[in-house]
Write a protein that binds this ligand. Structure first.
Ligand code: FMN
Length: 193
């Protein structure tokens, strides 16, 4: 039998593994954590979930960077209710993360400028589309020509989590743990899976 990893019985190792996977999700386009699901609260109060590309992770501040079109529904939802959740599942590692926190929106500041400057023409093209995302159309829209015209619609979502639930599926016994960060620093506990 394979030796069990340290995180099977060590909360700090479980947290470290989760953070390493988040960093990997940014760096590795093929990694499952590259495309997490962002959940927000719809303007009608109902939950909304969608896939986004994970663009950045800062372990120190526990913040994840995502990009979107400022005209999209999620931006209006997060502007009204910044509380949000991010879900990630790595089928190979059999690790699920459920992150809960708040989103801040950035369109004109240094964060947005740096993210736009670093994005490729192909990505920029997504924001150059007219009309706004989600607009009903009689036929698919023509491809935009000028990627730089997308800058006006580009938004960075900075999601900072204050809670993380970690679940590892293993034949020898599943593991589930919760981490929370607040005034008192970090609190961590095992949970019944
Ligand atoms: C693999 C994949 C990656 C995606 N990446 C993004 C992304 O980085 N940003 C984004 O706004 N939408 C992305 N989308 C599209 C969203 O899932 C969603 O359809 C769109 O943003 C509209 O969502 P909204 O109406 O809730 O705002 C992606 C979809 C898929 C399938």
């Amino acid at each position: 039998m394979k030796p069990r990893p340290a995180f099977a019985d060590d909360l700090a190792a479980a947290r470290a593994e989760a953070f390493a996977l988040l960093a990997r999700g940014v760096a590795d386009r093929r990694h499952a954590f590259h495309t997490p699901t962002l959940a927000s609260i719809g303007l009608d109060g109902a939950p909304r979930a969608r896939t986004l590309v994970l663009r950045g992770f800062d372990a120190e501040t526990r913040s994840l960077r995502l990009h979107s079109d400022a005209r999209s529904a999620k931006i209006a939802e997060l502007a009204r209710e910044p509380r949000a959740a991010l879900h990630l599942y790595d089928a190979r590692a059999q690790i699920q993360l459920r992150l809960e926190g708040r989103a801040s929106l950035h369109r004109e500041d240094a964060l947005a400028e740096a993210a736009w400057a670093a994005s490729r023409p192909f990505s920029r093209m997504c924001y150059a589309l007219a009309p706004a995302p989600g607009t009903p159309l009689a036929a698919p829209p023509p491809a935009p020509r000028d990627p730089d015209s997308g800058r006006a619609h580009f938004a960075v979502i900075l999601f900072t989590f204050a809670r993380m639930e970690w679940l590892w599926l293993d034949a020898a016994g599943h593991r589930r743990a919760r981490f929370a960060w607040g005034e008192a620093g970090e609190e961590a506990t095992w949970l019944a899976p």
